[in-house]
Write a protein that binds this ligand. Structure first.
Ligand code: PLP
Length: 452
C-alpha cells in the first residue's frame, strides 16, 4: 500500500478502508467471499502486462508461452475438479461467460449448419445477401430462462439485459404456493415455446435444482441445456451437490463465476461437452478481446485450492451453516421464501416486519450487517425497493463461522428488523425508502458482530 500511496494516496486510503470495513462487518452477500492471500497475490503480478488474444498455442501475439502455461493450468484444474470434458478460462466475468456460451451455442447450432448448407467455410465467404439471411437466422432464436423475481439472473433473458434483446425470450417462474421450481410447468412452457436454449441456474433461489430433469426437458424440445452455476459452483466443486444436483454431467454448456462460493478471483469460466468445445474455444474473438493472464493464473491457484480435501469440508460447512441460519430465522418467526434452504443462501421476506427490502438492507448496514435487498416471487414492491433480503453463508464460513455463530447472526438480523420503524425519515416526512432504527440497536449489533 505504501507503493500505491506514493502515486495516488486516495486509492491506498480507499483500499485500507475497505479492509477495515470488511473486517468490522458481517459480510452476508451471497455472491461474495474472501479469496486466499495466494489468489489475491497472483492477481497483482506482471502477467497483467501481456496481450494474448487467441487460444492456448494459437495466439495472435508473440511471446505467450507463460500465458499458455497459466491458461492451460486453469483449464486443467477446472476439468479435473468438475469432471468436465472441456474448460475455457478466459471470460472476465460471469456475464462474459454467459455471452460466450450464448454465442457458442448459436455458432454450433445455427451458424455452422447454415454455412454448411450454403457451402461456405466461414462468414468471410458470404455475399451481402447471404450475410443478411444468416443475421436474420441468428437473431430469430428463442431462449427460456428463470424469472428474475423467482431467483434467476438478469442474463437469463431479462429484457433490460442483452440476453433479453438478442433472443425471443420467455421465462419460467416458481410455484406461487411453495416458491419451488415446478418441473411440469417448465416442461409445458418449453413444449409451447420450443427454445433453442434452456437456461437453468439462479442467483437467489434457495433450493437445489434437479439437472437431470432439466436435461430431459431440453431433450424433449431439442434445446441446448445451459446451466449457470455461478452461485453454487463451490458446492459442486466441494461435492455437496452430487448426482442429479451436479449440472456438469447433464448440461451441454455450464457457465460459472470464479469469485462466489468457489472463492477465487473475480472472473468467469465456461465448461462444455466435446461437441460444444470448438465453438466455446472461439470465445475470443467471437465475444472477448485479450484475456486477463494474471486473473487466469489466479483462477488456476483458486482451482488448485478447491481440489484440496479442506475445500470439501468448507463446502459442506457452507451448506450446514445455511441450514442453521434458516432455522435461526424460522425459530424467531421470520418468513423465508420456500420455507427454508438447501444450498448456501436464504431469502427472508421482510414484509412481515412491515419493511421493504431497501429499508431492511439499509437498517442492517447501519448495524454492520451487509446484505442485499432482493425481489421475492411476484414482488409487489418491484425490483428496486423489493420485499426481501438475501443472505449467504460462503464468506463468513471462510472466516470460520459455524452453526452457532450463524444462529447468532439470525438473532442479530431479526433484532435489527424488529427494531426498525418503516415509512418515516428521521425528519419525520414519509418516504418509501426511509426507516428509523431504534436507539441502541446499531451499537448493540456492532458490539455483538465484533465478538463474533
Ligand atoms: N450469473 C449468475 C447466476 C450470477 O448470480 C451473476 C452475478 O451475480 C452473474 C452471472 C454475473 O457475474 P459477474 O458479476 O461476474 O458478471
Amino acid at each position: 500500500l505504501e507503493v500505491i500511496a506514493s502515486v495516488e494516496p486516495r486509492v491506498a486510503d480507499a483500499t485500507r478502508a475497505e479492509l477495515a470495513d470488511q473486517r468490522a462487518s458481517l459480510k452476508l452477500i451471497a455472491s461474495e467471499n474472501y479469496a486466499s492471500p495466494a489468489v489475491l497475490l497472483t492477481m497483482g503480478t506482471w502477467l497483467s502486462d501481456k496481450y494474448a488474444e487467441g487460444t492456448v498455442g494459437h495466439r495472435f501475439y508473440a511471446g505467450c508461452q507463460n500465458v499458455d502455461t497459466v491458461e492451460s493450468l486453469a483449464a486443467e484444474h477446472a476439468r479435473e475438479l468438475f469432471g468436465a470434458e472441456y474448460a475455457y478460462a478466459q471470460p472476465h466475468s460471469g456475464i462474459d461467460a454467459n455471452l460466450v456460451a450464448f454465442w457458442s451455442i448459436l455458432a454450433h447450432r445455427v451458424e455452422g449448419p447454415w454455412l454448411e448448407k450454403a457451402g461456405a467455410k466461414n462468414v468471410n465467404d458470404l455475399t451481402e445477401a447471404d450475410w443478411e439471411e444468416l443475421r436474420n437466422e441468428l437473431g430469430n432464436q428463442r431462449l427460456l430462462g428463470m424469472n428474475l423475481d423467482a431467483g434467476g439472473h438478469l442474463t437469463h433473458g431479462f429484457r433490460p439485459n442483452i440476453s433479453g434483446k438478442m433472443f425471443h425470450q420467455q421465462q419460467y417462474g416458481t410455484d406461487p404456493e411453495t416458491g419451488l421450481l415446478d418441473y411440469d410447468a417448465v416442461r409445458a412452457k418449453a413444449k409451447e415455446f420450443r427454445p433453442l436454449i434452456l437456461v437453468a441456474g439462479y442467483s437467489a433461489y434457495p433450493r437445489r435444482v434437479n439437472f437431470a430433469k432439466m436435461r430431459e426437458i431440453a431433450d424433449e424440445v431439442g434445446a441446448t441445456l445451459m446451466v449457470d452455476m455461478a452461485h453454487f459452483a463451490g458446492l459442486v466443486a466441494g461435492g455437496v451437490f452430487t448426482g442429479e444436483e451436479n449440472p456438469v454431467p447433464y448440461a451441454h454448456v455450464v457457465t460459472t463465476t470464479t469469485h462466489k462460493s468457489l472463492r477465487g478471483p473475480r472472473g468467469g469460466m465456461v465448461l462444455a461437452t466435446e461437441e460444444y468445445a470448438p465453438s466455446v474455444d472461439r470465445g475470443c474473438p467471437m465475444v472477448l478481446g485479450g484475456p486477463l493472464p494474471h486473473v487466469m493464473a489466479a483462477k488456476a491457484v483458486a482451482l488448485a485450492e478447491a481440489r484440496r480435501p479442506e475445500f470439501k469440508t468448507y463446502a459442506q460447512q457452507v451448506a450446514d451453516n445455511a441450514q442453521a441460519l434458516a432455522e435461526g430465522f424460522l425459530s424467531r418467526g421470520a418468513t423465508l421464501v420456500t420455507g427454508g434452504t438447501d444450498n448456501h443462501l436464504v431469502l427472508v421476506d421482510v414484509s412481515s416486519f412491515g419493511l421493504t427490502g431497501r429499508q431492511a438492507e439499509s437498517a442492517l448496514l447501519d448495524a454492520g450487517i451487509v446484505t442485499n435487498r432482493n425481489s421475492v416471487p411476484a414482488d409487489p414492491n418491484g425490483a428496486w425497493y423489493t420485499s426481501g433480503i438475501r443472505l449467504g453463508t460462503p464468506a463468513l464460513t471462510t472466516r470460520g463461522f459455524g452453526k452457532d455463530e450463524f444462529d447468532r447472526v439470525a438473532d442479530l438480523v431479526v433484532d435489527v428488523l424488529r427494531s426498525t420503524e418503516p415509512g418515516t425519515t428521521k425528519a419525520g416526512a414519509p418516504s418509501k425508502a426511509s426507516y428509523v432504527l431504534a436507539d441502541g440497536v446499531a451499537e448493540r449489533t456492532h458490539a455483538a458482530s465484533a465478538e463474533l
